[in-house]
Design a binder for this molecule. Structure first.
Ligand SMILES: [Zn+2]
Length: 398
């Protein structure tokens, strides 16, 4: 009886101590490194991931729960290249865990094993550039995950030498599967070569370089800086000149993101809608173009209630007017320009559009009135503008 109890206790002790002693506690900053560490570490690692895919990894609150996790960690796996600079140093410092401080074997930065793209030639943090060390979003090129896997596996072995052979074997198996997957993705991604795209945030440099896509504009004027009306107007003008197939944004930049980003998420939806409209128009689908452009204008009107007028993305209704002019529908176009001018009465492009539409309708008197307003408006500004010259020519013929 006694020996039975001893045997039972011994089993319990083994069962209780066993797995805990074998596991390295890993604190990963983003889901990609959490998943990679689990792949490489198998049941020898216990991974805690600080953010989920719908969280912006640039901005994370250094909550006590995070600090507690860092306190118990044997290894911190971070992206580096300053992606987590706003919160991770604070977390590791507050944790007071000497193992995971920068420079220690328990601190691993993926970006130091990857060639960093988009390093700015001129550094100006005052403008809020969150990519002062180059684009830190290295995970968007899967080859970079492969580059990080080897050193990360070696780090696991360094911290847990007893299981070095286990980590090595898992790395070998992973590298084989990963290379095969990259070859498959490259085949699937081949049609994307040369395709023009717009990005929300300059965070797809590696993906774009890998697949050979062409980034023609970014909605953020600088990484981490909210777009201004003027900047977005430029982006839209670029998109009209150069039809764009898609706008890329991270899942955390969607409507599901933080409430203070909801406004910009809404605005980029409007922009996306407008871009799709002009794309449809460029591809000969005029009806689709009109439908989508009208919807963009309606969406913008709906968003106006919450937004100061000077923060409007772009007068979508005015842009809609120009599409209708191009499609030889001056009557509908004039209606749209008039509606737009009610909200933005002193827009040169609005007045010009209304004048053009009236001219096309053969209503020279109305056209004259719009052109005259345009002249009054622009008296103090650039006399070289094409719309102004045209207005002068029209009025001189009266
Ligand atoms: Zn970024």
């Amino acid at each position: 009886m006694k020996s039975h109890l001893q045997w039972l206790l011994a089993t319990l002790v083994v069962a209780w101590v066993g797995p805990a002693a074998a596991a390295l506690n890993v604190f990963a900053t983003v889901p990609e490194w959490g998943a990679l560490t689990e792949e490489l570490g198998g049941d020898k690692v216990k991974v805690y991931t600080a953010t989920n895919p719908l969280q912006d990894p640039h901005h994370v609150e250094a909550k006590p729960s995070l600090i507690g996790r860092a306190r118990g960690a044997d290894l911190v796996v971070a992206t580096g290249a300053e992606l987590e600079i706003g919160w991770l140093p604070l977390v590791t410092q507050q944790a007071g865990n000497p193992k995971v401080q920068a420079g220690k074997p328990g601190y691993f930065e993926a970006a130091s094993f990857v060639p960093i793209l988009d390093k700015p030639s001129r550094l100006d943090r005052s403008e809020g550039d969150v990519h002062a060390a180059g684009d830190p979003h290295i995970q968007t090129d899967p080859r970079n995950i492969g580059r990080v896997a080897g050193p990360l596996s070696a780090r696991l072995a360094e911290l847990d030498p007893e299981n070095a052979a286990y980590y090595q074997a898992r790395y070998k198996a992973f590298a084989e599967r990963w290379d095969a997957a990259i070859a498959r993705w490259e085949k699937e991604g081949a049609p994307l070569r040369g395709v023009a795209i717009v990005v929300q945030h300059k965070g797809f440099t590696y993906l774009i370089a890998w697949l050979g896509m062409k980034e023609v504009a970014a909605l953020e004027p600088k990484p981490g800086v909210e777009p201004t009306t003027a900047h977005l107007s430029e982006v839209l003008a670029t998109m009209q000149r150069q039809p764009v197939k898609m706008v890329l944004r991270a899942a955390y930049q969607s409507d599901l993101a933080k409430p203070d980003q909801a406004y910009w998420a809404g605005q980029s939806n409007i922009l996306l809608q407008a871009a799709s409209a002009w794309l449809a128009r460029a591809e000969g689908n005029s009806a689709g173009g009109i439908r989508m452009m009208r919807s963009a204008a309606d969406l913008e009107d709906a968003s106006d209630k919450h937004v100061a007028m000077e923060n409007r993305l772009f007068p979508m209704r005015e842009l809609f007017g120009y599409m209708l002019l191009e499609l030889q529908q001056p009557k509908t176009a004039l209606h749209e320009f008039e509606s737009s001018l009610k909200v933005n009465p002193n827009r040169l492009r609005g007045l010009y559009g209304a004048a053009k539409a009236s001219e096309m309708l053969g209503d020279r008197e109305t056209a004259r009135q719009w052109y005259a307003q345009l002249i009054t408006l622009t008296r103090a500004s650039d006399p070289g503008r094409a719309e102004l010259l045209e207005a002068n020519v029209f009025l001189s013929k009266q």
